[in-house]
Structure formats: C-alpha cells, structure tokens
Design a protein around this ligand. Sequence first.
Ligand code: SF4
Length: 447
Amino acid sequence: MSTSLPKAGPAPKVGIVSLGCPKALVDSERILTRLRAEGYEISPSYAGADAVIVNTCGFLDSAKKESLDAIGEALKENGRVIVTGCMGGDADAIRAAHPGVLAVTGPHQYEAVVGAVHEAVPPVHDPFVDLVPPEGLRLTPRHYAYLKISEGCNNRCSFCIIPGLRGDLVSRPVSSVLREAERLAVAGVKELLVISQDTSAYGVDLKYAEGDWYGRKVRARFADLCRELAEFDVWVRLHYVYPYPHVDEVIGLMAEGRILPYLDIPFQHASPTVLKAMRRPAAQDKTLDRLQRWRRECPPLALRSTFIVGFPGETEEEFQVLLDWLKEAQLDRVGCFKYEPVEGAAANALPGAVPEEVKQERWERFMETQKAISAARLKEKVGYTLGVLIDEVDEDGAIGRSYADAPEIDGSVFLNGETGVKPGDLVDVVIENSDEYDLWGSIERVE
Ligand code: SF4
C-alpha cells in the first residue's frame, strides 16, 4: 500500500525590499517568518514574485524620497506592491505619488501586512511541511542577528518623529527576549546586536517586571537583561544606549569579557545650548567624565556615536564646542549627518536655520577631525591580537570584524590570503596595518 500526501499547488511567492535602519530589518524578518510559516516562498527578484512588499523608512526626507523611489521601481518591475514601515504612517503621501499600490500599512502592523498579502496572493495551505526553522528567518547572514528588545520611545527629541510614528516605549517581556536570544544562539548565531530606540530605557514601561527564566526570576531591566544575555556564550553588542548613570553597571560585564566592550551612544551634539534645543535625553555636562571613568574601568571599550551638524540656531561657537568635545572624547567610530528638517518635527519651527553651504563646511571639518582621531586609535591596535568574527570569504581572502566593529556601520578587518576560514568563524588575528577606518592582519599561528 502506498501512502501519498496530498500535493499542494505551487507556493505563492512574495518579494521584499527592506529600506532603513536595522530596526526596520527586524520588522522585515518578522513579516517573512510569518509568511514562510504560511507556505509562501520568498522571491529574490521582482520578476519571480506574485507581489512585492516594500518596507519603507520615513525618518528623514531623503529616506522618504528613497522609499518613494523604491515603491516606484517595484511598481514598474512587478506591478503588485504592498507598502509598510515607517513611511506607511503617511499613506496619503504614498498614494498621491503612487496610486497603484495595493495596500499601505504603518510600522509594526504585522497582521495588516500579512492580511494585505493574503488578499493580493492567497496562501496555499500545506499542513505537512514545517516551513520555518525554529529561530525564524533572518535577512542578516547566519552568524549575526538583531535582537529588538522594545518599540517606540519616551523621549521627545525635537528633530525626531519616531515617537509620533511608533508611539511611547513598549518593552518586550524579558522572558520573550531571552527565549529569542536562546533560539538564535542554539541555531548557530555568533553575535547578537541588541537594538531598540532607547536600549538603556528597557523595562521602564514594564516597571521592571520580573519574568520567569528556567525557574528563576529575571527583572526587565537593562543591566539584568545584559547579564542574562552574557550567558549565551555569543558576542553581545549594545546599540542605542544613552549615558544614563545605570549604564555604569554594564561596564563591569564588559570588563569581565562577558559582553562586547562596545557602546553605540547617539550623542548628536556636545554644546549644552544645542542639546537643549534638541531636547536630548541625558545631560551632556558630565558625559566626558563618565566616558573617562568607563575607559578606566574597561580600557578596550570602543565607543561609537552619531552627530548632527547645522541644527537650527547652531552658531560657529557652538560648533566649535562640538569639535573640542570630539577631540577630548576620542571616540572610536563616528557618523555625522547634516541637519535635515523632517516633516512633522518640532525642530522645524526653531529660528536660525543654518545655510546649506555652512552645514556642508561644518560637516567636512567634523569628518576631518574625526578621521584623524579614528586613524590614531586604529593605529594603536597594530601589533595586538584581536578576536575577529569572519563575515565573508572569497578567493582573495577573508573579511571580518573585531569587537569594535558593528556590521554595516563600522570598519572591517581584512585578512588577505586567508581562505581557510568560513563566515561565522571566530579567529585570533594579529593586526599588522591600519588606516582611518579599517585594519589588516593575519590569523595568529601558534608554533
Ligand atoms: S531618543 Fe530621541 S532621536 Fe531617538 S527615537 Fe527617541 S525621540 Fe527619536
């Protein structure tokens, strides 16, 4: 007797274009995981897809333009387009530019996006196939994954519309975050990148409620979460942390080598006047002292930050305060943006708009200053051995990252001629050379 399973029809195929920040990438991953679970296939091309989801970014006007262009391209190449993500909050603007889109949903409206896909391309049910690996589907390479611990933000920075788009801080329960981290680690992920809008505020909205973790109680609190994540024996990298006093607690974990000695802190400026106009959280006056204290406690600590130049009302004097601060802070990695008025942001109403050419000139001076700092800091690493996580390998060699380099935003470690490794390997590398952004080295060979 033969047993044959009923055959399902061909699987419907959905393409996805994911724009914007790592947080948007996590949203795309969740949507895809859900669709795969329902039997959809993911198409890598416009041509092979029955419909295309465009996950948009609406943070800056330039990002909005990029989003509208991406929607236009998807419409031209495929014709059946569902829009989601931050810019989805502004459905009128999208429909005005592209009346042909099938549906528009806002950020984190997973149910609505999936519902729109059902309508555009009905699912084929095949109960005999388990389509989703237990760790879910990820768009990042197998060996690193973003771990989103909360949505929204309680701050009200005057240049930012994220609280308007995403609402106040909503932290995930601590056991749910730990379960996801555990699943990822078991699935072979070597590096967890902890993200949110304000990572150090994690759990404030939950009043630090305890969660159950293998019979123990763990508080939904930034430092407690970091301590638990350190147990998974993978690299743990913290993004979007504000220099609140309680961050001191995680520096100890870094000094003990339990989580990566790396902090991504978006300072945005250093002049107290500009910071006040920006309505930034965490007063800046004691920040330099705090950074110095952290470095004394954990000397390898790598600090990354982003800044905005040309904010309304920024005078030459205030810009100079920023440059002096930068020289003193000696940050390892820095990104800099010229201020852009984002539609709907309170800062647009501020007087003293800075002319474009002045913004450009300040941006260039800022980058020049930081380039010299970065080059000097990288040079100090020559001659030392660093653990390097391999990202890519081809016939010329391998490219990886040290603890000081987050994927996509920081530098790389180039291992020319090292072809005997594979992505996800963690190797000890003797650093031989450096420039302003990257390092070069060879795998340490023990005689
Ligand atoms: S901290 Fe400020 S810039 Fe960051 S998401 Fe919240 S409001 Fe926006």
